[in-house]
Design a protein around this ligand. Structure first.
Ligand SMILES: [Zn+2]
Ligand SMILES: [Zn+2]
Length: 132
């Protein structure tokens, strides 16, 4: 099976997952905006047990139910885990080193969307979490 691979900006951390993410979402929550320094973050969902990581991302609990992982050297935002979904890890698609063969299906948390961008791609928009 083909793999999807990625890495942080400085190259200290690499990740590989069998196959491709099963779905992807653009997240407009305030935490994603802050952590990514961007209008929104695009995450792909992968099976946690199939994700291989080399290097040690720093962990930050950004909300009571979510942990974000990033490179302590270069700051790249890499992964997010939700306590409620221990079998899934959300991978920042911007760190992929190949086409992850998965496209964003929706915009989540548009209730906190940055006022300085317009969403023109026609994808469904959800005020909070995208339905799974
Ligand atoms: Zn790095
Ligand atoms: Zn978010």
């Amino acid at each position: 099976m083909a793999t999807t691979t990625g890495s942080c900006l400085c190259g200290e951390i690499h990740w590989t997952v069998e196959g491709r993410p099963r779905s992807a979402t653009n997240c407009h929550c305030a935490s994603c905006q802050k952590q990514h320094g961007a209008a929104f973050a695009t995450y792909g969902a992968v099976v946690r047990s199939k994700l291989r990581v080399t290097g040690e991302p720093k962990r930050f609990r950004s909300s009571p139910d979510a942990v974000r992982m990033f490179c302590a050297t270069c700051g790249s935002s890499l992964f997010m885990d939700y306590d409620a979904d221990p079998k899934t890890t959300w991978v920042s698609l911007g760190t992929a080193d190949c086409d992850p063969n998965c496209r964003p299906e929706s915009h989540a948390f548009v209730a906190s969307k940055a006022p300085w961008i317009e969403l023109t791609d026609g994808l469904p928009q959800h005020a909070g979490h995208a339905p799974r």
